[in-house]
Design a protein around this ligand. Structure first.
Ligand code: PAF
Length: 297
């Protein structure tokens, strides 16, 4: 399908449309985004279109998940080009709510998910996951979707959202999709656009170091020593700082000192003024016909 995608800005307008879909018995999917769409987002939309009869993409730059007003102000707003990228895929609706449709006057509720929100990005971005859990809970309830699609790139966010939906009895299936990468392994992110050419050349080393570290851990190397070496390798590659590099259990993100169950290596590191995050499975993922770092098509 091509042409234009309908854009709805009010909750009442959204509910009018979804009520009609419900009467037809449609299965509804939601892909929550903050816009500035790249191929990673589009892969979520394609997965949603394959799974559901109707697909809503939400676009809301959520002020509650930013740690600084400057970061919020600098966040790219590209609704027109986002809508143009979504239309040809066959997306049914872009829900780009006005701010008061999400946070009306007097809004006083915060959804806070203990455990999985703590540590990793949660330790360096205080309040971030409260903001994410609150807005995603609202988007789940407003859309009434049957399933929702999230990228594994934001692996901690995925766990936070899953826990929140389970704990609040929101009847939605949270479906995870693999990280989409550039051919050199760099995980797609709207932040990549901020990298200088020299930084862009260094950036893929983060994924490469993660993969080789995952292989070493899988081969039985000591976790403490291997992670320490990986941290040094990231700094030697040209990163300014490593906020964290940790091995966590795949199932519940609990910290692991030894590799004794399916795990994830998760990292956040600064390259100049850009903060990059990434994660890989341990043992490294082998997807049929694909290398363990899945490059972009
Ligand atoms: O991953 C994002 O883009 C945001 O955190 C989300 C899930 C859309 C909530 O604002």
């Amino acid at each position: 399908m091509s042409g234009q995608i309908p854009i709805v800005r009010t909750l009442a307008g959204l509910r009018d449309i979804t009520a009609g879909w419900r009467r037809e018995g449609a299965r509804i999917a939601v892909v929550p985004t903050m816009g500035a769409l790249h191929e990673g987002h589009l892969s979520l939309v394609r997965a949603a279109l394959a799974e559901a009869d109707r697909v809503i993409v939400t676009l809301f730059v959520n002020p509650r998940q930013f740690n600084s007003p400057a970061d919020l102000a600098a966040y790219p707003r590209t609704e027109e080009s986002d809508a143009a990228r979504l239309a040809p895929l066959g997306t049914d609706l872009l829900y780009a709510p006005d701010a008061d449709q999400v946070y009306p006057e007097g809004f006083a509720t915060t959804v806070s998910v203990a455990g999985v929100s703590e540590g990793l990005c949660g330790a360096f971005r205080p309040g971030h996951f409260d903001g994410v859990a609150t807005v995603v809970a609202k988007l789940f309830l407003q859309t009434g979707a049957d399933c929702a699609f999230f990228g594994e790139k934001d692996f901690q966010q995925l766990h936070v959202v899953r826990r929140m939906a389970r704990d609040l009895d929101i009847p939605i299936e949270v479906i995870a999709c693999p990280t989409v990468r550039e051919p050199d392994g760099l995980a797609l992110s709207s932040r990549n656009a901020r990298l200088s050419p020299a930084e862009r050349a260094i950036a893929p080393k983060l994924a490469q170091i993660l993969i080789s570290t995952a292989n070493r851990l899988d081969a039985g190397a000591s976790a403490a020593l291997t992670l320490e070496r990986a941290r040094e390798a990231i700094l030697t590659a040209g990163f300014r700082d490593v906020e964290y590099l940790e091995m966590r259990a795949e199932a519940d993100l609990s910290p692991l000192d030894v590799f004794d169950r399916p795990a994830r290596l998760l990292v956040a590191a600064w390259l100049g003024d850009t903060r990059l995050i990434d994660n890989v499975e341990v043992p490294p993922a082998v997807r049929p016909g694909k290398p363990s770092v899945t490059p972009r098509d």
